[in-house]
Design a protein around this ligand. Structure first.
Ligand code: ATP
Length: 279
């Protein structure tokens, strides 16, 4: 069943954070500013993220591949957007452009109504503060302890956090993914589902407002896939926050949890199902 009630929130949006109000500021004059420190004035119908006429091509020796062709997409607060499509359809390219990991050839990426400054420091800050990334292969460091994995984004803050303060934040993030008490366990000793939950905790530790997930459940059995997508859904649908999730997947188990589903094939994005913005 597709969720239909995610926009029925009635909370006072004036108390919600503007995570990107300082995107045009010089980060060096604001050594630390977490998303939750920002002014609180974004309406709920303001998209978290917009792709406007995005085109991206890869140039190979004797050919050009159009990975994305004039793609438009909006992510609203509390929304889970699913991108499905065949291998090579452009899903990873789309997620990388959404998360400022890749610059498109043409088009604009808008965050909370603003086009971020093109300087690399601003984009780095955006990647660290606004976005969380989850991948199919978990991208965790097996020989490190759980909390050391979760702490990585804290080390890349404008004002890095280490030691006891970092560990305390890691513990909070681990509790959110039902891994409380696992701080000092080596990641190599965890199951696949637990490793993915470590990856989610690492993503949550900086309180992002947008999570980009590339095949988050592909390597997991039914029970673990259900647990992961339920965690992500509860995070995205939290009525007290402006969160949104874009996930790319081949996994049909995920579809019942999504608010809008798109198909991406040969670089063309087509909406398959729309249930958002119901009163
Ligand atoms: N760095 C690159 N150089 C050249 N071509 C690339 C590069 N990255 C992706 N491509 C090509 O762009 C197209 C889209 O690739 P992309 O990885 O975005 O698709 P995908 O839908 O994520 O695929 P999969 O589901 O297999 O991960 C494919 O034809 C791919 O071969």
């Amino acid at each position: 069943m597709i969720s239909t009630n995610v926009f029925k929130t009635t909370e006072n949006t004036s108390s919600l954070p503007d995570i990107t109000s300082s995107l045009h500021e010089n980060t060096s004059s604001h050594p630390e500013s977490t998303p939750m420190d920002q002014p609180l004035n974004q309406p709920l119908d303001q998209p978290l993220l917009e792709l406007k006429r995005i085109t991206h091509r890869y140039h190979q020796a004797d050919s050009v591949i159009t990975a994305l062709d004039t793609v438009n997409l909006e992510l609203l607060p509390h929304e889970i957007v699913c991108i499905m499509g065949p291998s090579g359809g452009g899903k990873t390219t789309l997620l990388n452009i959404c998360g400022f990991l890749l610059q498109p050839d043409h088009g604009k990426v808008v965050v909370n109504g603003k086009v971020p400054d093109s300087s690399s420091s601003h984009r780095a800050r955006l990647r660290n503060q606004v976005f969380g990334y989850i991948r199919q292969d978990y991208a965790v460091i097996d020989h490190d302890k759980v909390w050391q994995n979760v702490a990585i984004p804290l080390e890349y803050r404008a004002k890095p956090l280490y030691g006891r303060k970092a560990k305390a934040l890691c513990s909070q993030a681990l509790a959110k993914v039902n891994l409380a008490g696992k701080e000092n366990v080596r990641v190599a000793q965890l199951s696949g589902g637990q490793k993915q939950r470590v990856a989610i905790a690492r993503c949550l530790v900086n309180e992002p407002s947008i999570i980009l997930a590339d095949e988050p459940t592909a390597a997991l059995d039914h029970e673990n896939a259900h647990e992961i997508i339920t965690l992500l859904r509860d995070w995205a649908h939290d009525p007290s926050q402006r969160h949104g999730l874009i996930l790319a997947t081949h996994d049909p188990r995920i579809l019942p949890y999504c608010d809008r589903i798109f198909s991406l094939q040969d670089g063309t994005l087509t909406q398959e199902s729309a249930t958002h913005l119901q009163a």
